[in-house]
Design a protein around this ligand. Structure first.
Ligand code: KIV
Length: 287
């Protein structure tokens, strides 16, 4: 998407009408948000993948509203041009519509421009209520990691016609309810293509093939910072080696005394060290 003005949900919808591919990536902190924004992405997702790739949790089920608020604030502090989407964590929108709207409002107050919920057909009431409150919602269908226990693991979804139909229905109903975009995760590519053809708002895919209006990746997977990334995550850089190499060099220099070197430390004002020694002597201290 060209231009330097702030990306809004209207721009995102228009991109589909113009046939422009949308680029989305996750970020969870201020410096990363600044960098991905400088790289020109259209949308930044403060994903609940945060739990696994940043906080070392076993799944997204342990991520809290407090985690998401804190990290959404951090991303928003970068003041990105990209649209910031805050992910609604497990149990922040399932129990009741009122609670869902209140929690979505907290993410907007934290600086998000929109929120994302996992689900389609079963959350049309939530999507409608959020829209009524002025909160743009992105839906998420196919593999929905918060439901991995029900789905039977992190698996490709929509391999049979019946399951494919369910996913397509999910996306259609979410879009009809007012979602401004739909994430389609790890479905058979034919399913993602059908959804993309059938709904008027953009599909943002991850692991669901090329026939989508946009793509999203988890930044830690892209940068080679996750030890076992999902099979659909392409690694664009080996930042783990860069970090390891830099810290090894630092450790070598500390141990050899090469760091800190000349020009990296500073002294007292002229004559002040002598005065200090006298003051210390006066206290009866020995050097
Ligand atoms: O939390 C996340 O990063 C996500 C993406 C994988 C779409 O939901």
């Amino acid at each position: 998407m060209a231009g330097r003005e702030k990306v809004t949900v209207r721009h995102v919808i228009r991109a589909k009408q113009r046939g422009e591919k949308l680029v989305m990536v996750t970020a969870y902190d201020t410096p990363t948000a600044r960098l991905v924004d400088e790289a020109g992405v259209d949308m930044i997702l403060v994903g609940d993948s945060l739990g696994m790739v940043v906080l070392g949790l076993p799944s997204t089920l342990q991520v809290t509203m407090e985690d998401m608020v804190r990290h959404t604030e951090a991303v928003a502090r970068a003041q990105p041009r990209a649209l910031v989407v805050g992910d609604m964590p497990f149990m922040s929108y399932e129990a009741s519509v009122a609670e869902a709207v209140r929690n979505a409002g907290r993410l907007l107050s934290a600086g998000a421009d929109a929120v994302k919920i996992e689900g389609g057909s079963e959350y049309t009431d939530v999507i409608k209520a959020m829209r009524r409150a002025g909160i743009p919602v992105m839906a998420h269908v196919g593999l929905t990691p918060q439901k991995h226990k029900l789905l039977g693991g992190y698996r490709l979804v929509g391999k049979t016609a019946e399951e494919a139909l369910e996913v397509i229905r999910d996306a259609e109903e979410a879009a009809e309810a007012g979602a401004f975009a739909v994430v389609v995760e790890f479905t058979a590519w034919e399913v993602a293509r059908e959804i993309t053809r059938r709904i008027s708002v953009p599909t943002i895919c991850i692991g669901s093939g090329p026939h989508c209006d946009g793509q999203v990746l988890v930044i830690h997977d892209m940068l080679g910072l996750t030890p076992s990334p999902p099979p659909f995550a392409k690694r664009y850089a080996d930042v783990a080696s860069v970090i390891r190499g830099a810290v090894e060099a630092y450790a070598r220099e500390v141990r050899s005394g090469a760091f800190p070197g000349e020009g990296m430390y500073w002294g007292m004002k002229s004559g002040e060290h002598q005065r200090l020694l006298k003051l210390l002597e006066g206290r009866g201290e020995k050097r």
